[in-house]
Design a binder for this molecule. Structure first.
Ligand SMILES: *Cc1c(COP(=O)(O)O)cnc(C)c1O
Length: 390
């Protein structure tokens, strides 16, 4: 492996400002360091953001989704329809509650669930649809909810990447069924690790509170009962202090990411990336969906590059790394992982997901980047693809 230059540009870099660091210090010195006043304040601020809907926080986004599935009473014998192009947690949590993830193919333009394929996959055992908003781009929310209501299904939105994304001007999380966010270090706002669930009713929120702390119900000074066993998934006040500070910068973060995405589209045109067969994300104004630009992802023309579908991406990523540019892969298709193959999933079943899973690359995008960094990425990517073309 080559050693990165000192001016190495990673694909993501979290930014915790001095005020947040000071707030963390205050929590650590306060004598109350686990879940307490900061967690409650963070939940109240999130509830405000999501139009007053009930919100509870958890230790991470994966735990948040698992609890959402439990709140929807999804378990053995149930099917949950989802996408294979997502972080593997999306499918793993379905397995964790004893249900069966049913993968359907993606729309190659949006790289999100193809809603026609979702409808075709509904069976009498289907209990929920779990859409993922890859790189922050929502699916057609009107169609999604019309389909769910027609078939009597729950929707558990894996909105891990979609804080501050919108559908027809409405914030993701401010409407819908159960909506799960992650505050993992790479997300647009972070609590280091953490997540939150937006729910429909106070009753669901009470159940979420119990499930995140062993199912414990306390009464009076000394009463304790458990009706339904839970886990240990609470968010600490240290994490919540980071989250509160980050939430205060949300507008600035989203605006900066949109500027950088626009710079990417301009530079991609200047350097003829589309002409080289590189697929860009959906243009900014294409749909009613507004992304928060959680990632800027391109799909490489692996068939035209040296090494072919199996090797091309690795070669391009290595070449970029040698030139001081970090990239990521989000994501290889889940249905081809060994465990999921053991459930019967095979190559050829989801062709769009498989092709995009082989060619997708995440380019650097984080608020502290400069326009010159975007220029350098596009120029280097263009040169690299020309040099490595067959
Ligand atoms: C980050 C992420 C998760 C899981 O969140 P964690 O906080 O890492 O557990 C789930 N789904 C998607 C799409 C993600 O990006």
């Amino acid at each position: 492996m080559t050693t990165p230059a000192s001016d190495f540009l990673p694909f993501v870099r979290p930014e915790i400002d001095a005020a947040a660091i000071a707030d963390v210090g205050k929590v650590l010195a306060s004598g109350w360091i686990t879940s307490g006043p900061k967690m409650h304040a963070f939940e109240a601020a999130l509830s405000d953001l999501f139009g007053g809907r009930p919100v509870r926080t958890f230790a991470n986004g994966s735990a948040t989704m698992e609890i959402a599935l439990r709140i929807a009473d999804i378990g053995p014998g149930d099917e949950v329809i989802t996408t294979p192009i997502t972080w593997v947690a999306t499918a793993n949590v379905v397995i964790a509650v004893g249900a069966r993830p049913v993968f359907v193919d993606i729309d190659p333009r949006t790289r999100n669930l193809d809603l026609d394929a979702v409808e075709a996959a509904i069976t009498p055992r289907t209990r929920a649809i779990m859409p993922v908003y890859l790189s922050g781009l929502p699916v057609d929310m009107d169609r999604l909810y019309a389909m769910a209501s027609k078939h009597g299904l729950r929707v558990i939105e894996d909105a891990a990447q979609a804080i501050d994304s919108r559908w027809q001007g409405r914030r993701i999380g401010a409407f819908g069924d159960l909506v799960s966010f992650s505050f993992q270090a790479n997300k647009n706002i972070t609590t280091i690790e953490g997540g939150c669930l937006v729910m429909n009713t106070p009753e669901e929120a009470v159940r979420a509170e119990r499930l995140r702390l062993q199912g414990v119900i306390r009464t009076g000074m000394d009463g304790m009962d458990v009706e339904e066993p839970g886990g240990k998934f609470n968010l600490t006040d240290v994490n919540a202090a980071v989250g509160l500070a980050q939430l205060g910068s949300l507008d600035t973060i989203t605006a900066r990411r949109a500027e950088l995405a626009e710079a990417y589209f301009r530079c991609a045109a200047d350097h003829g990336l589309a002409g080289l067969g590189i697929e860009l994300p959906q243009p900014l104004d294409a749909q009613a969906a507004t992304t928060n630009w959680h990632m800027f992802q391109v799909v490489l023309p692996t068939g035209r590059l040296q090494g072919g579908p199996a090797q091309a991406r690795q070669r391009v990523m290595e070449a970029l790394r040698e030139r001081g540019i970090g990239t990521g892969v989000h994501y290889p298709p889940i249905h081809l992982f060994s465990y999921y193959r053991s459930l019967g999933w095979r190559e050829g079943m989801l062709p769009h997901a498989e092709r995009i899973g082989r060619g997708i690359v995440t380019l650097p995008l984080f608020p502290a980047m400069q326009a010159a960094d975007v220029e350098r990425v596009c120029e280097t990517l263009s040169e690299t693809c020309k040099r490595l073309s067959k």
